[in-house]
Structures are given as C-alpha cells and as structure tokens.
Design a protein around this ligand. Structure first.
Ligand SMILES: Cc1cc2nc3c(=O)[nH]c(=O)nc-3n(C[C@H](O)[C@H](O)[C@H](O)COP(=O)(O)OP(=O)(O)OC[C@H]3O[C@@H](n4cnc5c(N)ncnc54)[C@H](O)[C@@H]3O)c2cc1C
Length: 463
C-alpha cells in the first residue's frame, strides 16, 4: 500500500548564500519573511489531506517579483551563480503543490510580465507574456473577436504561463481537448537557468516537453497559442429527476452538432450544496443538474432535445455581460472548492473514464456509496467524446484513498492523482524522457522547482 512521502532532496541552502542573493537583487525588493513569503510559497494543494501535511513545512527563503525580461535575466543569472533553487509562480492556483518549493530557495512571481504582444487578425494566433492573467488576455482577444480555446475555471486569476505549465484543460475541453493535444500550443519563448541565461524561441515540437512540466525545465517568458472565434455563450442550468437520464444526455451531447463550450453534470447531493447564480433557484431535493455553455444558434433546438430526455431548463443567461457568479465557476475544480467550503473533511480525484463509462461508474457507486459523489465533465480526448470525473471523496484515511485509486485503475479509469506532487505521479505515471532532456538543456544544474520531475531524480548518474 502506498504511504506517500516527499522525494529526498538536498537541504535548503545556507543563510549566507541567501543573504548574498538578496543583496544582489535588493533593487527588486525581495521578501524574506512573514505572511507574504508564506503566501508566495503555497498554492491550492490544500484540497489534498495527503499533500497538506507533507507540504506545510515547505517554505521559500526569498521571493521576488519581476516586471521585465531584463529583471528576469538578473534573477535567473543570480540563482544559477549562487546555486539557489528557483520555483516559478503565476497566480499560485495549482492543485498539485506545483509551485510549493520543496527545497527552499527563491520563489519568482512572474505576474509582472503581462503583455499581449501580438494577435494575428487573420489566423487568430497570439503571443502573450507568461504572467498575464487569462481574464486580461480574454478581454484583449475579445477586441479582435477572438477567445481562448481552453481556460481553467480559474480564468479570473490564473496566468497563461501557469495554465500551460501546471494546468491541463477545462472550459473548452469539450471542443479542443487538452492543452497537451497537438495544436493547442504553437510555440514558446524560454529563458534558461544558467549564469548567462539564454532567451530561446521554440517551435511547437520543441515546446511540447515544457507543456505541463511544472516549470521544472525552463522559464516560460512568452507563449504562442491559437485562439477561436468568440461566441456569446448561453449559460443553461438544466434539472433532471433521474441520474441515468442526465448521464445519458451528457454522453449523447458529445455526439451532437450543438456548439457547446462546457457540459458538467452534478449529482443531486453536490448540486444542493453549491451557490447558484442570482436568479437561479437552488435545486429541489433529489434533482441532478446539468450545466451547459451553448452557442446562441443551439437555442432553437436544444431546449426540446433536453425536454425529450427529461431535462428542464431552470435558468438561462448569456455569459457576456452576465452579472455575478459565472456558471464556469460551478464547474471543474470550482465544484470541489464550493463543496469543501461546507465539507472541509472531503477531498477529490481527477479521472478520465473509459470510453464506455457506465460499468466503471456502477462498480464505483456500488463499492463506495455515499463516500463518492459524482461531478462529471464532458471532454474530447484524442478526437473522441469522453467523460472526465472530478468526484468528491469523503476522506477516511490515506489507506482508504489509495484503495479507491487502485479500484478506479482496476476498472480502466485513468487517475491524475491530485495527492501526488510530481509531474509524473500526478499525470500519466510515467517518466517522459523528452521532459528530462529539456531540463538538462535549459536547467543544467537542476535548480528549477527541485523534486517535482521524478525522471530527473531517477536519471542514471552519467546522464
Ligand atoms: C478552484 C480551482 C479550479 C481549477 N480549475 C482548473 C481547471 O478547470 N483546469 C485546469 O487545468 N486547472 C484548474 N485548476 C488548477 C489551476 O488553476 C490551473 O492549473 C491554473 O491554470 C494555474 O495557473 P496559475 O497561474 O495559478 O499557476 P501556478 O499555480 O502559479 O503555477 C502552476 C505551475 O506552473 C509553473 N509556472 C508558473 N509560471 C511559469 C512560467 N512562466 N514558466 C514555467 N513554469 C511556470 C509553476 O512553477 C507551477 O509548477 C483549478 C484550481 C482551483 C483552485
């Protein structure tokens, strides 16, 4: 049985070296102690009762914020020369402890690098700096009639660099799949961590190993991505009395020609605990809820399509210009956030269900009953319609959680384990040698976010 622990790492560097680094970076006004340093050393791994105690003692020794490539170059050079670990940070909303420094050192806040450099009016391809918030980016893209293809439910706060380095997908995954699918990341500008940092331009192929690598193998300074035509998405809340009817509808939607940007299904117990947008009544007892973002041109047919399947539209409001809570913030890991607000002793999992999800869902329901509550998201994976699951889990013990994960895997469910903090163990479970090779090329001393890339720790001594 897995009893989780952090990887063995060298102890944090001594105070003298940190003092020398702080002195060299004094014009950037480094933070060396206090609540601000604690805040900059943490993220949203606290949804995991396994990671929380493990990561609680992990603290940066120094934090700085940069506003230009020149300032960034100074920090990267100084960290390389003083051999001080460097952990990159966008908005710090990651759930896997991605930007918690396991081995002290310096945390670098990149939120000052926030320019949209270019938007091609014909292709819609854009290049933006890593620290820009997705909300600010979305506003600027909208001026050109464009929109992000993919966005996490944390769109309001998350950064573009943090999303690509630490996120996976979210709103839009129903149409565009996941960030690591070919075509979703077209290029990167990267700074190396060396005494003389280099600024490199990578094409799509060379960028792939830095996509979802937790900032372990290069500092992303700017990212080039495709956008899509902006749509005034209609937010719909649909109620179902029967779980089976709601689940069938969610699955069938993936095989229709309705233009949708998100489709999430919440079982009744979960739906009852969420806040609902102004004007949308909470669900009556026992009602399951399907949350949709649908294009205006779907609205002629979709209501009747849903009604035939037992769905009743309770609320409809356009996303653009909508006031208060957007429906997006009841989806993806926002569901977990709201649920944990009233159930702090619960946690969650991140799953990709098999192409036919019903047998696995039935088996899990039968074995785990009320300890496992369902939140499903429709997604596209390698071109096919699939269901992703972010079920809420009553936390009883680390051992019971490991048993649940093993049970999921035995049913053919892919688990992206949010109770692990390495790239590999929170992902496909395997070392990606291209990620390790990129680290050797762009971070030869292994100073970026130490401990998070298992393949680097396990590489043969000669590599
Ligand atoms: C309520 C909630 C809902 C969420 N919903 C989603 C969702 O729908 N989809 C999803 O994918 N995730 C989701 N997440 C996780 C998280 O929000 C996303 O991964 C988000 O995109 C992270 O952005 P960030 O700027 O906060 O990154 P951070 O947390 O700051 O960083 C994430 C990782 O990227 C690295 N990094 C940051 N900037 C750079 C850079 N410039 N160069 C290299 N590495 C860098 C960091 O070191 C860290 O390892 C959710 C989290 C919460 C708390």
């Amino acid at each position: 049985m897995v009893i989780r622990s952090l990887p063995a790492l060298p102890p944090p560097v001594g105070d003298e070296r940190i003092a020398a680094l702080a002195a060299e970076l004094s014009t950037l006004r480094p933070v060396r102690e206090g609540e601000e340093l604690a805040r900059l050393s943490s993220d949203f791994h606290t949804y995991s009762p396994v990671l929380e105690p493990l990561l609680a003692p992990c603290r940066a020794q120094l934090a700085v914020r940069v506003h230009s490539l020149e300032e960034l170059r100074r920090v990267a050079s100084a960290c390389a020369r003083h051999a001080v670990p460097l952990t990159l940070r966008g908005a710090g909303t990651g759930n896997y402890g991605q930007c918690v420094p396991l081995s002290g050192g310096l945390v670098l806040d990149l939120s000052g690098l926030r320019r949209l450099r270019q938007l091609d009016p014909v292709s819609g391809v854009f290049t933006a700096e890593a620290g820009i918030t997705l909300a600010a980016l979305e506003l600027q893209l909208a001026e050109g009639g464009r929109s992000l293809r993919l966005a996490p439910s944390t769109l309001r706060s998350a950064s573009l660099g943090g999303f690509v380095a630490g996120g996976a997908g979210g709103v839009g995954s129903l149409r565009w799949g996941f960030l690591r699918d070919p075509g979703n990341l077209l290029g990167l500008e990267v700074m190396t961590l060396e005494p003389e940092p280099r600024l490199l331009q990578l094409d799509a192929e060379a960028s792939a190993p830095l996509n979802h690598a937790y900032g372990t193998n290069g500092i992303l300074t700017a990212l080039t991505l495709p956008s899509c035509a902006a749509v005034n998405w209609q937010q719909l809340v649909v109620g179902f009395e029967r779980w089976e009817a709601a689940l069938d509808s969610l699955q069938e939607l993936g095989h229709t020609a309705f233009l949708l940007n998100n489709a999430a299904l919440l079982e009744a117990t979960v739906a009852a605990a969420l806040p609902w947008p102004a004007g949308c009544a909470p669900p009556p007892a026992g009602e399951h809820r399907l949350l949709l973002l649908a294009a205006p041109d779907a609205m002629g047919v979709l209501p009747a399509w849903l009604a035939v399947r037992g769905g009743t539209i309770h609320w409809r409001e356009p996303q653009a210009g909508g006031r208060g809570l957007p429906l997006r913030e009841l989806c993806w890991n926002h569901t977990t956030l709201h649920w944990r607000g009233s159930h702090p002793d619960w946690t969650y999992l991140q799953l990709l269900l098999p192409a036919d999800p019903q047998p696995a869902l039935s088996a899990l329901r039968q074995r785990w009953g009320e300890d496992l509550l369902w939140h499903l998201e429709a997604v596209r994976q390698q071109g096919g319609a699939r269901l992703s699951g972010l079920p809420l889990v009553r936390f009883r013990s680390v051992v019971a959680l490991a048993e649940l994960i093993d049970h999921c895997r035995s049913l053919g469910v892919l688990v992206f384990d949010p109770h692990e903090c390495t790239v590999e163990d929170g992902g496909m479970g395997q070392v990606d040698h291209a990620q390790v090779a990129a680290k050797a090329a762009f971070d030869p001393a292994g100073l970026l976010n130490p401990g998070k890339l298992r393949g680097w720790l396990e590489r043969p001594p000669s590599a």
